[in-house]
Design a protein around this ligand. Structure first.
Ligand SMILES: [Fe+2]
Length: 256
């Protein structure tokens, strides 16, 4: 959850993008456009949800489904994909549902009412998700960093990247990094919200994600840039957080 200015958005570039390459099913969906079109908060927050799966086995997971679960379910149905789970990047209501500034946002609770599927979260995020959404902790499968989740024959690596929240995690699948609010094309997630930690964010950006190659495509949790995705090489060149490459410089910016 973070409110940043959004300007010069090019809405034509992403629109429900689907990858037909080989066996990967991959959709990047924008709130207020691809789902929840009549929800002003969804339009303002410009969240991305993702659908990732195996075209051949027709299994898919939803990453950060929120605002309009019926529409996300409809997209899966139209694509003849079966939901087998949810991956949560972090606990903020614009990613997993709950109360945000007096607005009730649909999320994992509504997914579990409609589908009998588990919610996959980092173990450090579990109590935060329970508190934010009211979901039963038994609905959540706790994960460690480097866990692999299989969706059909697709393998998704879970990478723990604390800083925005204690149990924030990114997902790596076939040359794509789905980063939630850990890393945007420009900037990174806020560290001043409950559970945020600028020290941990420094380590996440400069060390925990260092193994991600430059040709990996970054898919962020919000559309805060004109483009909806970019290569990690481009992001490392253009995103100011990669220029803050000493702890002192970082803390001056984020711990002010
Ligand atoms: Fe967030």
């Amino acid at each position: 959850m973070s409110i940043w200015p959004t300007t010069a958005v090019n809405f034509r570039k992403y629109s429900g993008r689907i990858s037909l390459a080989e066996k990967l099913y991959f959709k990047q969906l924008l709130s207020g456009v691809d789902f929840a079109p009549d929800d002003l908060l969804a339009s303002q927050m410009v969240n991305f949800s993702y659908l990732v799966g195996d075209f051949e086995t027709r299994e898919a997971v939803a990453i950060d489904p929120a605002y309009d679960i019926a529409k996300i379910a409809q997209i899966l149905e139209e694509d003849e994909m079966q939901l087998t789970g949810v991956l949560a990047t972090h606990y903020h209501p614009d990613h997993v549902g709950g109360d945000m500034m007096g607005h009730q946002i649909e999320g994992v609770v509504e997914v579990c009412e409609r589908f009998d599927v588990p919610i996959h979260a980092n173990k450090a995020e579990l109590p935060w998700i329970v508190r934010a959404t009211g979901i039963a902790s038994t609905s959540i499968v706790e994960h460690e960093s480097a866990d692999i989740l299989k969706v059909g024959r697709q393998e998704i690596e879970l990478i723990h990247t604390p800083g925005h929240t204690p149990g924030s995690q990114c997902f790596y699948v076939e040359g794509r990094l789905i980063a939630g609010d850990t890393l945007f094309l420009n900037g990174c997630g806020r560290t001043d919200l409950p559970g945020g930690d600028p020290d941990e964010m420094y380590i996440s950006i400069h060390q925990r994600l260092a193994k991600i190659s430059d040709d990996t495509i970054l898919f962020p949790g919000h559309l805060y840039s004109p483009d909806p995705q970019a290569s990690m090489g481009q992001v490392r060149q253009g995103n100011y957080v990669f220029r803050l490459n000493t702890k002192d410089a970082w803390m001056q910016m984020f711990n002010a």
